[in-house]
Design a binder for this molecule. Structure first.
Ligand code: SD4
Length: 341
């Protein structure tokens, strides 16, 4: 154990909230220490593993958050990358963003036929004077940077889902993924062959051994969305925000409602005022619930944040949001607390 104490000051408290007839609704985990990586939904476990490869060797958070979500983008079983459900015209379009500890950021939106949008977003950050490239321009940039142009064919599962959707061609923006997973609409999770549930986004935030923060977010957006629709994930301040003095946050769920409150930026600003990551996430969820009024029942949004001390927290509108955490001590999936039970 080389200088273990120096690098790890981790304490883990796990508590379970028991509400409504002994039903376990939330597990609250507080971590203090570094390195730490957290990411949205169950696919986060595999993504964190790849991020941990970097972090455990004293690599940088920015490399960890890119490598981590690349696993999800490449997964055959996942709706995040090119295997995702298409838009309503039958094309898979991808959004991604990345941000480091020095306010450098890059993003791509409405990008087609590129396997790793997160890496293109990183190139935008590092090699252009811009923050965001979209559509054909983003694709041209990716090709010029040596990213292969992939086949446009839908995956067999996505083709089946699309044909099914075409029967009614209904576009229903309000959507939900609730604890019993009986989701509907464009943000509903899909069931995998192995019985797990699949989501179309992964957001990841990490703190490395040097105490520096970074984040990434990548998505296929909403299944059967309008052509050209862009969600919160590639919008810096909405789906992702990092301020190395304060903390980092990422979002998942109905992007339109994350954008309208500058969600991830708002969470970081609340942490700056002294709120814990969980309290800050809750406050912004509360704001969305207030804005949406009775429509809040139909949408899911969740925030996931880490502060400069390495404490993590999350909050969602509805039960059903899980996040994956990896530290020197633990590797697990945690149920987020939620506004509604
Ligand atoms: C979007 N926030 O495009 C994404 C969707 C998402 O799990 O998070 N789905 O609006």
């Amino acid at each position: 154990m080389i200088n273990r104490r120096k690098f790890i000051r981790a304490s883990v408290f796990t508590s379970f909230a028991t509400i409504a007839g002994n039903k376990i609704l939330a597990a609250n985990v507080q971590i203090v220490g570094k390195p730490v990586v957290i990411s949205t939904w169950d696919a986060g476990i595999a993504a964190n593993k790849a991020a941990w490869e970097v972090l455990s060797k004293k690599g940088k958070a920015i490399d960890a958050v890119e490598k981590g979500v690349m696993v999800t983008e490449a997964s055959q079983n996942c709706c995040v990358g090119l295997n995702a459900h298409p838009d309503r015209d039958g094309f898979v379009t991808l959004d991604a963003s990345i941000m480091d500890d020095k306010f450098n950021c890059g993003s791509v939106a409405f990008l087609e036929r590129i396997k790793h949008p997160i890496s293109v977003a990183r190139r935008v950050m590092e090699k252009t004077p811009h923050v965001m490239l979209v559509g054909v321009g983003a694709q041209q940039f990716a090709i010029a940077e040596g990213f292969p142009l992939e086949d446009q064919k839908l995956s067999p599962e996505a083709q089946k889902a699309y044909e099914n959707w075409l029967k009614k061609s209904e576009y229903k923006p309000p959507a939900i993924n609730i604890e019993n997973k009986q989701g509907h609409g464009p943000f509903a999770p899909t069931r995998l062959d192995n019985g797990e549930w699949n989501h179309d986004t992964i957001g990841m935030v990490a703190m490395d051994s040097f105490g520096n923060l970074s984040g990434s977010c990548t998505t296929s957006g909403a299944g059967f969305k309008m052509r050209g629709r862009v969600g919160d994930s590639p919008i810096i301040g909405a789906g992702l925000f990092v301020d190395n003095e304060v903390g980092a946050c990422t979002a998942t769920g109905q992007g339109e409602d994350v954008i309208r409150v500058a969600g991830s930026h708002s969470v970081v600003e609340l942490m700056r005022q002294g709120l814990s990551p969980e309290a800050a996430c809750r406050k912004v969820i509360e704001r969305i619930v207030k804005i949406k009024k009775e429509k809040a029942k139909d949408i899911q949004v969740a925030f996931l944040a880490v502060n400069k001390k390495g404490q993590v927290g999350a909050y969602a509108i509805h039960p059903g949001f899980d996040y994956a955490i990896r530290t020197n001590e633990i590797e697990k999936l945690v149920k987020s607390k939620s506004w509604f039970s």
